[in-house]
Design a protein around this ligand. Sequence first.
Ligand SMILES: [Zn+2]
Length: 501
Amino acid sequence: MSVGLRTVMLTIVLAAGLAGVFYMGFSFAGEDSRGFIPSLEVVGDVQDPLVLRELDEDAFLIETVHLRDGTARAVSLEDLLRKAVPRSDDIDLLLVGDDGGTAVLSGVDLSGMRVALGEQYGWEVVNGEHPVSSHARMLREIVVIAGDLPPGEGIGLIDANSNLFRLSAGELHRGGYSVVMRQAGISSVAGDDEELAVSLFDRERIVDLEGFVDPSALDLALVVGDRGEVQLLRGDGRFLLDRNRISYAEGEDVLIEEVRGLVLDPPDRMITDVYRDAQQFLQEEEPVLLLLLDGLGYHQYVEAAEGGHAPFLRSLPQPEKALAAYPPVTPVNFAAALTGVTPDQSGVTRRGIRTAEVPTIFDLSLQLGRKATAILGSIGVIGLEIDPVLCVDKNSDGSTDDEIRDAALARFAGDYDLILVHFKDIDRAGHDHGAQAAETLEQITRIDGYVSDLVRAWDGQVIIFSDHGMHSTGEGGDHGVFRVEDMIIPYWTFDGGRIHE
Ligand SMILES: [Zn+2]
């Protein structure tokens, strides 16, 4: 990654926040300010925040620069940033001084800039021999703010219908938090005659979400974490701004280390309901058919239904919206649906993990003495307590979904209490052509026909769901990020025995 290749003019803005219209109080560091030099942190939209207490020769190429009357040790600003790994090539820098004074470097050629460590002014950014700004002496933080945040970075705010906005740690460092001192404990030290009590405080940076969103919109919201955690936002919950991420805490406890997003006014259903609904049917001795339509977002269903591309699905009772687990990819949601718990609890938190740490619905069906099977593609997804039926593309038409339909139909006469069927072609078409491309709608029509074949032949309960949605990109489609198109899926549950009466 190269940083700051663009050469634009250097602007220094004394600003509290973005507006740059009012000045923050700061004091000029005088001759007598020598002494303790605070560490310098590189924070914000970076992958690896830095905390520097000195300039380490093992980590950096150290130079000597002439500065005012003397010399100082220095390192190139580009090197420093490279080490922190900015999340974008296009960045602004906020230089925060020890006294709260700030300078913004926006669209600047960084190649001539050095970060010097001198006795008089501590850390400072110099351009050649000249300090960049007298207001950013005694630097405490260099905040990296990404100009174009890559998809999936930062925290997203969505509701069940739309992407509202995204916030990055860098932007929040620029002016989206309040500092609160929070009593962290009291430590007692026994003196000769008396006990000395020392109160300990944590300095917390609390994100001012209400500066970005109408506070009433936060009355009912879910907080979603990087490991798939889901928490109902509590009135006394707070978001803490860390060096390069945001966490969610209630009282003394950090419940989510890294927040990925918030769902405002969330749908009632979540993908984990598949387990609970299937469990109920198994316990009531009602046979249940689970149809997983891989990669069908709610928005795609609506598009297909309204355009006449999903006549059978449209003939069913209206699907509900459900929230997929984060990250919205197949193994994670396959596990969430079949175990009934979120990824942080199932252990399937990302692609590549093929075993859940908790039992699936198939374990329950074994315990209840019910007959169960799963009809999947050639590889399967995660380990199950039963041996699934894996289907290969026998007729070499480029799809296994036709073989999957046939294998499922062939088992309907076998007195099964639980059958899971996983169709994959909507996802494939979505990746290749885009979420709402004609080719993808065509696949939805084909799968709609397979669903019709199965539901009409099944005498029992039916749950139809998807594992995640799909958003369009320049080259087709993708999923896996905290966006409404990926996170909101359709969910049908109905009595299949009655639908075709
Ligand atoms: Zn996919």
